[in-house]
Design a protein around this ligand. Sequence first.
Ligand SMILES: C[S@@+](CC[C@H](N)C(=O)[O-])C[C@H]1O[C@@H](n2cnc3c(N)ncnc32)[C@H](O)[C@@H]1O
Length: 230
Amino acid sequence: MSTVPRSERFDDVYFSAEDGLAESRHVFIEGNDLPARWGDKDFRGTFTVAETGFGTGLNFLAAWQFWNSFRAHNNPRRLEFISVEKYPVNAGFIKDVLSVWAEELGDCLPTFCDLYPVPKTGAHSIDVAEDVRLTLYIGDVNEVLPKLNIAVDAWFLDGFKPATNPEMWTEAVFAQMARLSHAGTTFTTFTAAGEVRRGLQAAGFEVTKIKGFGRKRDMLAGIYSGKRSA
Ligand SMILES: C[S@@+](CC[C@H](N)C(=O)[O-])C[C@H]1O[C@@H](n2cnc3c(N)ncnc32)[C@H](O)[C@@H]1O
């Protein structure tokens, strides 16, 4: 695919050149066990996803669309999707790069492009549907997370690779994740870097290596237990 956006600053792509939407579904949706958690007919209430690195919003769109497939359950449910982005892109850029999935993403993509804010520093809360709210924080993840007071059910860790974007993978970020997690909170990330695994373990997450997307051998998934490793 020739349209995969790339960051010169971080020498990395926003998502897989093989198929970004399929990667998002594999890494974040399946990795966090959302088919079972959202598919549970008894689940009701609010489910909160928090993401580091909003980028083009592809993970948000994949999650929102998947969430919609459980509407038939007819329980009172809300999806709160919180994401943090320091270097926001504009709506035109998003429309261009995500248009390859226009058919697969259906109405979610044009609705999102219409509602996407002028990305100024601060918080932007957008009710994209009656049961789905996106809150996009424009700022540095190290500064935004300490200000939040939310109970996260699943983390999507999607900074650029730790080698070039280390500030997305700091001890401080992992400590904030622990503060905002509860027993059973999960996380996933495309990276399998040892320092990320160790940092999350030290913050109280049980971490497992699972099969990565496409040609990637491994990725990390885990659950918050509150037991910190030394
Ligand atoms: C791999 S991309 C995210 C891809 C995105 N989830 C998508 O669906 O397009 C990583 C993102 O992290 C953002 N980023 C880099 N450093 C950051 C920081 N310190 N705080 C918040 N966001 C940051 C980048 O601007 C980029 O949009």
